[in-house]
Design a binder for this molecule. Structure first.
Ligand code: IMP
Ligand code: MG
Length: 188
């Protein structure tokens, strides 16, 4: 028998996110970042882009395809937040890079820098693999929320202290695939 209708209420977000950064503005900024990165690394053999799962997957996909230099993709996974927006404590490594990055030029690609603890941890972690260089790229940063000083070499946008979703970013796993970045009010 054909299933013609499915009840999907559990997948519906609790509200429609309000647009903070439009799809067009994101796409334009991604191209600018890609141009800058391609220029800065033009003399390097290869750039290793390390995407931080899960939030960076869409940003990394667009950014990596807009580069004009040789590049390879790695992923790393960390856990710093529990369900929703409440921090669960220290940053924990869930999955390390697979490839050997010793002597390579590494660019960490993050979705968002909030307190900065995750990115700081990642820089230290990847440094222990003895790469030639480690730089950072983040789509958005909540500057007001910074608790540690961490360099963001390539930044998409500075944003206000609001919970954002879309273009890879989630709230309790929802709204990651929105083409724009929007704001919501978390429940907790
Ligand atoms: P940090 O260690 O406080 O900088 O937190 C970084 C991580 O917190 C990000 O990689 C996200 O997973 C998560 N995060 C912080 N703020 C937001 C937000 O507004 N939307 C979605 N995820 C967020
Ligand atoms: Mg992240």
């Amino acid at each position: 028998m054909l299933v013609t209708a499915m009840k999907c209420e559990t997948f519906v977000a609790h509200e429609d996110p309000e647009v903070l950064i439009s799809e067009a503005d994101i796409q334009a900024r991604v191209l600018e970042l890609a141009e800058q990165i391609s220029k800065d690394y033009e003399d390097c053999d290869e750039l290793v882009m390390v995407g931080v799962l899960k939030g960076s997957f869409i940003f990394l996909a667009d950014l990596s395809r807009a580069l004009t230099i040789p590049r390879v993709i790695e992923f790393i996974a960390v856990s710093s937040y529990g369900r929703g927006s409440r921090p669960s404590g220290a940053v924990r490594l869930v999955m390390d890079v697979r490839g050997n990055i010793e002597g390579k030029h590494v660019l960490i690609v993050e979705d968002i820098v909030d307190t900065g603890h995750t990115l700081k941890y990642l820089i230290g972690m990847l440094d222990s693999h003895r790469p030639a260089t480690v730089r950072t790229c983040a789509l958005v940063r909540k500057a007001e929320r910074a608790e540690v000083d961490v360099p963001v070499d390539y930044l998409g946008f500075d944003i206000p202290d609001k919970w954002v979703v879309g273009y890879g970013l989630d709230y309790a796993e929802k709204n990651r695939t929105l083409p724009y970045i929007g704001t919501i009010t978390p429940f907790d």
